[in-house]
Design a protein around this ligand. Structure first.
Ligand code: CA
Length: 229
């Protein structure tokens, strides 16, 4: 297991390393103090998880997430300062999988990392035939989604979410149900988290943000997948 910490504060890098040393010693931690170096290490070292700070000297963490998502689906947890909801929403929108606020406890950090990895690995694989409708193709055996013949480059969380929606095609899935299925029981009230991932998924599927036709919102209740024409 390899974790990469992209952060310029040596105190935080040390805290993260110590945390894994004490609680999960199978994890090998490497670090980069600049965004560009971090991106390079993601390509060369292929970490299993990235812990990314928003405040970096050469580029901000949002730019780093954007760059990561151009070439990698590695799970990313961003480090933010407490109560910066706008930062959190922006990071999730750009493709981060989760966030943790500074200062954090060892237990909290390990729990977040484990939850994100469980989601990334828990992507259902099935031998069923691909789902094909309109310009959308979902290859369940390979966990691949394409729109008009081009890969939709979904993160594992987005794929997982789409999987559950498609498997319940035409049926309304309440927020709590989706959050529990994709993120786990402790997340069942995290509607904002669900909302940004749905937005992202719609964008990647080419669904309209203003009047969605593939992933339909039932206000106050949940979401429903409709087969594209
Ligand atoms: Ca920093």
């Amino acid at each position: 297991m390899k974790a990469l910490v992209i952060e310029d504060d040596p105190g935080i890098i040390e805290a993260v390393s110590l945390c894994f040393q004490l609680r999960w010693s199978d994890v090998k931690v490497s670090s980069a103090s600049q965004g560009a170096k971090g991106l390079e290490l993601i390509e060369t070292e292929k970490p299993d998880i990235v812990i990314l700070d928003i405040g970096l000297p050469d580029m901000d963490g949002f730019q780093v997430i954007r760059e990561i998502r151009r070439f990698s689906q590695v799970p990313v947890i961003m480090l933010t300062v407490r109560d910066k909801d706008i930062e959190i929403a922006k990071g999730l929108e750009l493709g981060a999988d989760d966030y943790i606020t500074k200062p954090f406890s060892h237990i909290e950090l390990v729990a977040r990392v484990q939850a994100v990895l469980r989601r990334a690995r828990g992507v259902p694989v099935s031998e069923e035939r691909p789902f094909v409708s309109g310009n959308l193709v979902i290859d369940f055996a390979r966990n691949e989604v394409s729109v008009s013949g081009k890969s939709a480059k979904l993160t594992s969380t987005e794929y997982n979410l789409l999987y559950h929606l498609v498997k319940n095609e035409g049926r309304l899935l309440p927020h709590e149900t989706l959050l529990t299925k994709v993120w786990g029981e402790t997340y069942q009230d995290a509607r904002d988290l669900l909302r940004v991932h749905i937005q992202h998924l719609r964008q990647k599927l080419g669904d309209s943000a203003d009047s969605p036709k593939i992933i339909v919102t039932e206000h106050g209740i949940g979401y429903k997948f409709i087969r594209p024409a």
